[in-house]
Design a binder for this molecule. Structure first.
Ligand code: FES
Length: 347
């Protein structure tokens, strides 16, 4: 028996005839836990632990998971934590390589981070995880710009590490400057990769943060470069303004959803289930539904993959990513939509 899509489809068809009332997936999962038509899965293959609550994971994707990602993209990881599936997105840190088809991610345990703390504490080779396919717009363009400037802070270095590794793999290293900030020197990860690019490391507890003025001093020809930036929202906001003022092309990746909005929240009615719940203007419809026992499909939980889209039947929804207000009848992303008053969702 093989894991090829055709072979697996035939295997499922045969099973379908014999397995009622259980679904074929119940049996295929017994045969190989990475086979499932209902969801994408993977298996942790390697775990490398570091003293500062950081781990590197290598994951082998299961059947049906697209492995041809672009450097800079992220995947979603889902695991059952305290009886409930918890999902987070992590940037891939390896260069895309369809020969081995593996995913590498780096996770640091963060305060109140359910999944990050769980993984840092318990991840072992052999553990199965759910996966959301690689996604994200923060990736290298083709052709690669001749002059690049990467500005990162903290774990914002992770997608850039994948880009740097890819540029080395493809022998496309041209004129690249890297400016990376860490609070303390002990927070530095991927030192070897950064060293290869002669990166400037700014230790903010000693040297202060990298402001646009500091950046201009460090990289005098900044106007000639395409900038990729990933880090805290305040840093990205400042860099976007600076880039716009100086007519610089910039691409940014925001790890966290900015939850501050004018949306006042309201009562959310999940029409098909007949369930109602109250939510404030910072709690997404997806989160509010989960807390009320309404499980809706989702993937990235960052407003990108569209898996969570549902129809807004009544009321208005504020989209935290775009800042738009959506009208009744529109299809909304429940993972980034919050109630702007009482709303009804077709779910
Ligand atoms: S889960 Fe991906 S867009 Fe909502």
């Amino acid at each position: 028996m093989t894991e090829s899509p055709d072979g697996l489809a035939r295997f499922r068809n045969v099973l379908r005839r014999f397995t009622t009332p259980l679904l074929p997936d119940d049996y295929t999962v017994l045969a190989n836990p990475l086979w499932s038509k209902r969801e994408l899965r993977g298996k942790i293959e390697r775990v490398e632990r570091f003293p500062d609550d950081t781990i590197h994971l290598v994951i082998r994707p299961g059947w049906g998971v697209p492995v041809n990602f672009k450097a800079g993209q992220y995947i979603g990881i889902g695991l059952r934590v305290d009886g409930r599936y918890t999902w987070r997105s992590y940037s891939l840190t390896n260069a895309p390589d369809t020969r081995d088809g593996l995913f590498a991610i780096t996770i640091r345990a963060v305060e109140k981070g359910r999944l990050s703390n769980h993984l840092v504490g318990t991840a072992q080779p052999g553990i199965n995880v759910r996966l959301a396919a690689p996604a994200g717009d923060f990736h290298l363009t083709d052709p690669v710009p001749e002059k690049l400037l990467f500005v990162t802070a903290g774990s914002g270095v992770t997608p850039v590490v994948a880009m740097l590794r890819t540029l080395v793999d493809r022998r496309q290293v041209t004129d690249i400057k890297v400016v990376h900030s860490v609070r303390n020197r002990s927070d530095l990860i991927f030192e070897d990769v950064l060293e290869d690019f002669d990166a400037h490391i700014q230790v903010t507890s000693e040297q202060g943060r990298v402001s646009p003025a500091v950046l201009e001093e460090l990289v005098p020809d900044y106007r000639e470069r395409v900038v990729y930036a990933c880090g805290p929202a305040t840093m990205l906001d400042e860099l976007e303004t600076w880039a716009s003022d100086n007519d610089i092309e910039i691409r940014v990746e925001r790890f966290t959803l900015e939850r501050a909005s004018d949306a006042k929240g309201g009562t959310i009615t999940f029409a098909r289930r007949g369930i109602q719940t109250a939510a404030d203007g910072a709690t997404t419809i997806l989160e509010a539904g989960e807390a009320a026992g309404v499980q809706m499909p989702f993937g990235c939980r960052m407003g990108i993959c569209q898996t969570c889209v549902r129809e807004l039947v009544d009321g208005h929804v504020h989209d935290l990513r775009t800042g738009d207000t959506r009208e009744p009848g529109s299809r909304i992303r429940t993972c980034v939509g919050v109630a702007a008053g009482d709303i009804t969702i077709d779910a």
